[in-house]
Design a protein around this ligand. Structure first.
Ligand SMILES: [Zn+2]
Length: 122
């Protein structure tokens, strides 16, 4: 029995092989950890949440957030590098919005569920 190899027998894990198999998938855990790390900054989370509902340029996002453009740009860079938002260029303007992905949908709804709010009317 695999569970007998544990130093302490607290006796509740029935299928240690399954635990070991899932825990060895470090890439999956690291990906979740990286996405959640983006949410560790409240301001960045607010910008992310805004971009789940709204596509905008840095100037408009800054105006909505009441922040300077460089400060917003800093957070946009970080969110984009993490794959949570994307940008598109139209003429001289660059627009940002949340990526359409399972990861983004979960984070979007995690924020709203934990805050007990619903999506605002766009
Ligand atoms: Zn929403």
């Amino acid at each position: 029995m695999t569970e007998n190899t544990l130093p302490h027998d607290h006796g509740t894990i029935k299928d240690m092989d399954e635990f070991n198999r899932l825990l060895s998938s470090t890439k999956g855990f690291d990906n979740v950890s990286r996405a959640l790390a983006q949410m560790a900054d409240g301001t960045r989370m607010r910008i992310f949440w805004l971009l789940c509902h709204y596509e905008g340029c840095v100037i408009n996002i800054s105006a909505i957030m009441g922040m300077s453009s460089p400060a917003v740009s800093h957070h946009l860079r970080s969110l984009k590098q993490s794959g949570l938002i994307e940008s598109r260029r139209e003429g001289k303007e660059v627009y940002y919005k949340a990526v359409d992905s399972t990861e983004v949908r979960y984070l979007h709804h995690m924020i709203e569920d934990l805050m007990e709010i619903t999506c605002p009317k766009a």
